[in-house]
Design a protein around this ligand. Structure first.
Ligand code: ZN
Length: 155
């Protein structure tokens, strides 16, 4: 992730840090701080977590991060998710059914801020079970893959 995007998340107060001190070598009492930016979940499966896509790498102007609010970021993330849903890659975090862009089973992108920062997708009807399914998730135990590159300009 580019430092500029990390800095944006830091400004918004959305970076999680985890302090890891290494006890193996007492002479070099090194303290490591792991930093984790918010993730995107294409489903609840461990393989389906993605690093947050960088708006600038998707065609936003270089200076846009300075002006972006969290609402803007939500909108950008939603447009990325819509591409993933259209490509058949996304599932409801609760019921694990594939999502589609049809009207029949509407879904929503939710930004979870409890214990971890993560955008995920869930059917409207499944939302009430979301808290149950989020329990026990630890952000530093999830390994995130780089996000797919969708062409967002055609939306
Ligand atoms: Zn569902």
């Amino acid at each position: 992730m580019r430092n500029e995007l990390l800095a944006w998340f830091a400004r918004e107060g959305l970076l999680l840090t985890d302090v890891v001190s290494s006890a193996q070598d007492p002479e070099h009492d090194e303290i490591k701080v792991a930093v984790r930016a918010p993730l995107l979940a294409l489903s609840r499966a461990n393989d389906d977590f993605r690093e947050c896509p960088d708006p600038v790498l998707f065609g936003y102007p270089e200076s846009s991060l300075e002006m972006m609010t969290l609402d803007d970021m939500n909108e950008f993330v939603l447009s990325w998710f819509e591409r993933a849903v259209a490509a058949g890659m996304a599932r409801c975090f609760v019921c694990n059914q594939p999502l589609d862009m049809g009207e029949e089973k509407p879904w929503d992108a939710v930004f979870v801020t409890h214990d971890m920062y993560c955008w995920l997708l869930v059917h409207f009807d499944c939302k009430r079970y979301l808290n149950r399914d989020l329990k026990g998730r630890h952000p530093f135990e999830v390994s995130a893959h780089p996000p797919e590159f969708f062409d967002l300009r055609l939306m």
